[in-house]
Design a protein around this ligand. Sequence first.
Ligand code: TRP
Length: 336
Amino acid sequence: MSKVRYLTGITTTGTPHLGNYIGAIRPAIAASKDANIESFYFLADYHALIKCQDPEQIRQSTREIAATWLALGLDTDNAVFYRQSDVPEIAELNWLLTCVTSKGLMNRAHAYKAAVQDNEQTAASDPDRGVTMGLFCYPVLMAADILLFNGQKIPVGSDQVQHIEMARDIAQRFNHLYGENFVLPEAQVGEEGAILKGLDGRKMSKSYGNTIPLFQTSKQLQKSLNKIVTNLLEPGQPKDTADSTVFEVWKAFANEEQVQYMRDQFAAGIAWGQAKKELHALIDAELFEARERYNDYMNNGAAVEAILQKGASKARAVARERIEKIRHAVGITPIE
Ligand code: TRP
């Protein structure tokens, strides 16, 4: 039986937080160990440029995200782990796809529509204010990322499902015009439980400013956890697990037995301070070793770069062969 190809990109803006870990990184690394799955995971640095025009931030985030995935145990002999910009065939396919993508399709993209709506609400004179062609065409680049490698299952957050559908539309259009070149990708959305709550109880997200960084010192981690908002119930008063962020985060790291243990503690009225201490111990136990490795990678850029170059050469071997066929399909060939 042939393997199923999983492919996903991680935009290189920001510092990885616990929500990224629970929602995306941990399941992706687990999937990469499955013998029936072939994993292509990449640092989406071209995508980062859509949102961020600060070179130092792009560099720093790329370094942090690469170090994070390696520290957490991504096996790069097994998974193909690469940087998008190291595979120029992606940019080339981006253009070929741009030429079969209708503008109307892009008009419907959520990210673009949200930007326009913002402008309309603030009564800006130009509804397209601040909208670059990068933002407008972003779903095409994403389609190129996926279709170049014939990614079949695409693990993403629910906000990205529309983009995978657009990639399918674009692939179908291309296949219709030029023959069967692309497999149609499918989104794989993480389960509801995989969305971690942040400090204020909303989804943990950089845009809400409520995140807990994944790798910080043990002491800093306790400080962050102490900032999780709780109610005013005193020690000894029974607490409800249902609306508790402390409990939700506990659940994301605990085994069944530990979940039951904390349920009992809540019923018995554990003090919030104590619950947060125990939460700290639980998370620290899971991340302790990875944190050491992370620091090592952060101090050894050359080692990280070498691993990425190994990934790039594997990815490019696939990409070159694919782009050759695709160029041929559209009529870009040597003159005979
Ligand atoms: N746009 C995605 C995000 O913001 C990241 C991404 C870029 C991606 N290219 C991709 C995800 C291709 C899946 C497949 O989350």
